[in-house]
Design a protein around this ligand. Structure first.
Ligand code: PEP
Length: 251
């Protein structure tokens, strides 16, 4: 039985006060619930303040990106050891916005995934097809290549520590959600591929989140699918009530 995992990707939103306020509201709204794993991923500059706001709660801290490098002359970058030092448990890697606007590739996501694992951070590895690819009928091929490329060279033991987020790019921030059947079809494909790559028992243990306009009113049906183990939430993670309602739907 895989424990549902809901992560909130705040992207480049909120300032210090509103970040701390949102984290504090969520600690009280979600107090005492250990049936769902929950993580908040604020902008890097506010990780420390959000970490402080989350102290004593079961909500985990996550980052939105990290460098594959250990340390040194990499202006503007944040390392895995820094994320660990500030209290992060997980890090989102290869989000479609990073692939689209910052040139990330499966190879760079692969290097970051290995680096994150070496620091004991849980990588949330994002994959997803663009609208043109879905319309051209190449979704399965695109997802296959992204999963293979992003996880290339991982041992089964390391693969067992990752989380995958299937996020169809056409559903991110657009209000269009994949139907539960469309999402489940891709999740099942990913699970089958993970079994081929890492073995059946590792594959069965890996959480696969769905992301793309998840809202309180569609969350339960999506997460009711056999291979959907939680959600990576963007817009609806910026309001305490809607994020808490999505967590409630995962129970
Ligand atoms: C995301 O950016 O990961 C995401 C799923 O965003 P939204 O929920 O706003 O579509």
């Amino acid at each position: 039985m895989r424990k549902p995992f809901i992560a909130g990707n705040w992207k480049m939103n909120l300032l210090c006060e509103s970040s701390v306020d949102l984290a504090q509201r969520l600690t009280s709204l979600l107090a005492g619930d250990s049936s769902v794993q929950v993580a908040l991923c604020p902008p890097a500059v506010y990780l420390q303040q959000v970490a402080t706001a989350l102290q004593g709660s079961s909500i985990e801290l996550g980052a939105q990106n990290m460098s594959p490098e250990k340390e040194g002359a990499f202006t503007g970058e944040v390392s895995g050891s820094m994320l660990k030092d500030v209290g992060c448990h997980c890090v989102i890697l290869g989000h479609s916005e990073r692939r689209q606007f910052f040139g990330e590739t499966d190879a760079s996501v692969n290097a970051k995934t290995k680096a994150a694992l070496s620091y004991g951070l849980t990588p949330i590895v994002c994959v997803g097809e663009m609208l043109e690819q879905r319309e051209a009928g190449t979704t399965a091929k695109v997802i296959d290549a992204q999963v293979r490329g992003s996880l290339n060279g991982l041992t089964p033991e390391h693969a067992g520590q990752i989380v995958i987020a299937y996020e169809p790019v056409w559903a991110i921030g657009t209000g269009k959600t994949a139907s539960p059947a469309q999402a489940e079809e891709v999740h099942a494909q990913i699970r089958k591929l993970l079994a081929e790559l890492f073995g059946a028992s590792v594959s069965e243990s890996i959480r696969i989140q769905y992301g793309g306009s998840v809202k309180p009113d569609n969350a339960a049906e999506l997460m009711g699918q056999p291979n959907i183990d939680g959600a990576l939430v963007g817009g609806a993670a910026l309001k305490a009530d809607s994020f808490a309602a999505i967590v409630a739907a995962a129970r």
